[in-house]
Write a protein that binds this ligand. Structure first.
Ligand SMILES: Cc1cc2nc3c(=O)[nH]c(=O)nc-3n(C[C@H](O)[C@H](O)[C@H](O)COP(=O)(O)OP(=O)(O)OC[C@H]3O[C@@H](n4cnc5c(N)ncnc54)[C@H](O)[C@@H]3O)c2cc1C
Length: 384
């Protein structure tokens, strides 16, 4: 085997893998990326109004894992940033995760005091629970509060987000946003919550900045990479003879021979207004709006002292890999889709020299820290 490696996809996972191969293993690494930029879904840039925006949706770095935090700090300066999100229900904006302020905003003083007392009695010292737990709770006061949130927010938001009814969706999705038993407003509870001072694109550029790494943009890998009849990896029709790290979708790699893996996609409507502020918080959900889920106002992510404001309205839409303007953002995790993924994964694992990874290769929703962790886990098993 020669001393080269090929990485498909220049998101965080492809970049972390490339850096390790170049630095720790002395390999010469080429990255093929089909988009015209590095960074994958973390890509950000400064728009024509001087505001840094995230092309594929708002990204906030948060982790409990010190090893991951130390790793990201090696490749850029980070500033502390605690995200506070909101949700507008019946024209009232409450912080999310929902907390005691939510109760104060939507109930009379006596009712609010009663709900909080019941929560304290039932959940003691716990600081949060999922809406599913509250809905299943045998206390009618708590259940009433949970039903209110479920009807005004969770069910509407979830239905729009996934294009299905809440009963059809994996319950872990409903569990993602907890209900807090305090006035704590920070959206995430992780110890490290930061944003890159010069943006994610610069951060990933720093990871890639190594003499052994070459990035080739606008290269559709599947025009050159295929799996032959005897499960051998071919590049331009010849045996690959080098490890290939593939961070794209598995069904595409196998030319959909077992069917399509289901994803949800997003469409962003970008707007600029010459006003100081458009909404109370950087990220606000609008569960009762007809077809969009949330709006991100970028000058608040973190605070940027600029005139006017750029914001993106987020519409969940179906994904089809034939439509070039659609990206596979969120895997739709059902029993059926997991089975299909497993079939592809078994096929991929049987191919020599092929390593599938990343949120698409693993068919999982990864936050950025988990994406890096998954790259580290793969790298630890390598014997090249
Ligand atoms: C809307 C949204 C908001 C998010 N917000 C957060 C957040 O606040 N905090 C957080 O921690 N995480 C967040 N995430 C998750 C974060 O985006 C992922 O953890 C991270 O991007 C995963 O990196 P990756 O390298 O696995 O995948 P990607 O970033 O998708 O990179 C894969 C790359 O591979 C390329 N590629 C695929 N197939 C091919 C091919 N055939 N040929 C060439 N190139 C190919 C793609 O173009 C892409 O650039 C969010 C995700 C979304 C969708």
């Amino acid at each position: 085997m020669n001393n080269e490696a090929l990485v498909i996809g220049c998101g965080i996972v492809g970049s972390v893998i490339a850096r390790y191969l170049a630095e720790e293993m002395g390999k010469t690494v080429t990255i093929w990326e089909r988009r015209n930029h590095i960074g994958g879904n973390m890509y950000d840039y400064v728009d024509e109004h001087g505001i840094r925006v995230h092309q594929y949706g708002p990204h906030i770095f948060h982790t409990k894992n010190k090893e991951i935090y130390d790793f990201v700090c090696k490749y850029g300066e980070w500033v502390p940033y605690k995200l506070v999100c909101g949700a507008v229900m019946d024209n009232i904006c409450t912080p999310t995760a929902f907390n005691f302020k939510t109760i104060d905003l939507f109930y009379s003083e006596e009712e609010a005091a009663e709900i909080k007392r019941h929560i304290k009695d039932k959940f003691g010292e716990r600081d949060s629970a999922t809406v599913v737990e509250l809905l299943d709770c045998d206390d009618p006061v708590i259940q009433g509060y949970a039903r209110f949130l479920f009807e005004k927010d969770y069910s509407l938001y979830t239905a729009k987000q996934w294009g299905v009814s809440p009963e059809e969706i994996d319950k872990s999705v409903l569990k993602r946003v907890p209900i807090r038993f305090s006035y704590e407003e920070a959206y995430f509870a992780d110890k490290y919550q930061v944003m890159p001072k010069e943006g994610y694109t610069k951060f990933i550029g720093n990871i890639l900045s190594h003499p052994n790494i070459k990035v080739e943009l606008n290269v559709e890998a599947l025009e050159r990479l295929e799996i032959g009849e005897n499960r051998e990896l071919l590049i331009d029709g010849e045996p690959a003879c080098r490890p290939v790290f593939y961070t794209g979708p598995l069904d595409e790699l196998f030319r959909f021979d077992k069917g399509r893996l289901p994803y949800r996609s997003l469409r962003f409507e970008w707007k600029y207004e010459d006003v100081e502020s458009f909404q109370e918080m950087a990220v606000v959900a609008y569960p009762q709006a007809k077809d969009f889920t949330r709006i991100t106002e970028y000058k608040k992510l973190p605070v940027q002292e600029v005139r006017g404001t750029t914001y993106a309205v987020e519409y969940p839409v179906p994904y089809c890999s034939d439509e070039s303007d659609r990206e596979p953002y969120y895997p739709v995790l059902t029993e059926e889709s997991q089975k299909l993924y497993r079939l592809y994964r078994d096929q991929a694992d049987a191919v020599d020299n092929l390593y599938c990874c990343g949120r698409l290769g693993d068919f999982k929703y990864y936050d950025m820290d988990k994406a890096i962790e998954s790259a580290f886990a793969l790298l630890k098993t390598l014997k090249l």
